[in-house]
Design a protein around this ligand. Structure first.
Ligand code: NYM
Ligand code: MG
Length: 223
């Protein structure tokens, strides 16, 4: 096989609490790819532009009520409807950078503390989605993110919820993805520094992984 001919793009996900700087960092990462002349596409979840995304938006803004399992499945469906696009981009050699993906789905739902909706149940509808080549969790104390402002307008944007979300993400930082590789579900990165400092720290993690994809060392996108 000529690796250059079969080179796929990477699939990188940024995770974090609300107001943790994910969107800013996703944009900065995208710029690095542009500067290096590597094809890149930014995506975000929930994608509020689709009909399913609009239902999610209404829920987050407390315009409509939704049963916990039902909204969980909508968040998941909002990813499934993007799968063909993600796969096509990656197959054509474009790196996809997603601002949240299924780890947010599982963690936020599990953090609600509904005894009928545990981590295992929440993970099930995400099985089969493309697995990111890397998931970086921007770790910040909720007291810090609350100080950044813009918090409190949407569902889940309260200290107690954010605290539980953070703990679940940190737990995922210790959990293997469950194959032979020993890779962790997420890489927890201290995001307490300045914007440029955090951007550099993210890039130090992401770049070698992207290069491994480019060398063909990571095979096709796992599910
Ligand atoms: N969220 C996001 C979920 O509860 N489940 C999911 O699957 C995803 C992708 O939606 N508080 C939550 C996390 C956020 C909220 O996301 C909106 P954002 O990135 O703030 O637009
Ligand atoms: Mg938010």
């Amino acid at each position: 096989i000529d690796p250059a001919e079969h080179r796929r793009g990477a699939f990188i996900v940024l995770e974090g609490l609300d107001r943790s700087g994910k969107s800013t960092q996703a944009k900065l990462m995208e710029q690095r790819f542009v500067e290096l002349n590597k094809p890149v596409k930014g995506m975000r979840f929930p994608d509020r532009t689709t009909p399913i995304g609009q239902m999610i938006d209404g829920y987050l803004k407390s315009k409509v009520e939704m049963e916990d399992h039902a909204i969980h499945l909508l968040f998941s469906a909002n990813r499934w409807e993007a799968v063909a696009k993600i796969k096509a981009l990656v197959a054509q050699g474009t790196t996809v950078i997603a601002d949240r993906f299924f780890h947010s789905g599982v963690v936020y739902s599990a953090a609600k503390g509904n005894p009928a909706l545990n981590y295992k149940w929440a993970r099930a509808p995400e099985i089969g989605l493309p697995r990111p080549d890397m998931v970086v969790f921007l770790d910040l104390n909720p007291e810090e993110t609350a100080r950044r402002g813009g918090w409190g307008a949407e569902k889940y944007e309260n200290g107690e919820m954010q605290m539980r979300v953070r703990q679940l993400f940190r737990d995922l930082g210790k959990k293997d993805i469950g194959d032979w590789s020993g890779e962790k579900e997420v890489i927890v990165l201290d995001a307490g520094g300045g914007i440029e400092e955090v951007a550099e720290a993210i890039w130090e993690l992401v770049r070698p992984r992207v290069e491994a994809v480019e060398r063909g060392e990571r095979g096709s996108l796992k599910t």
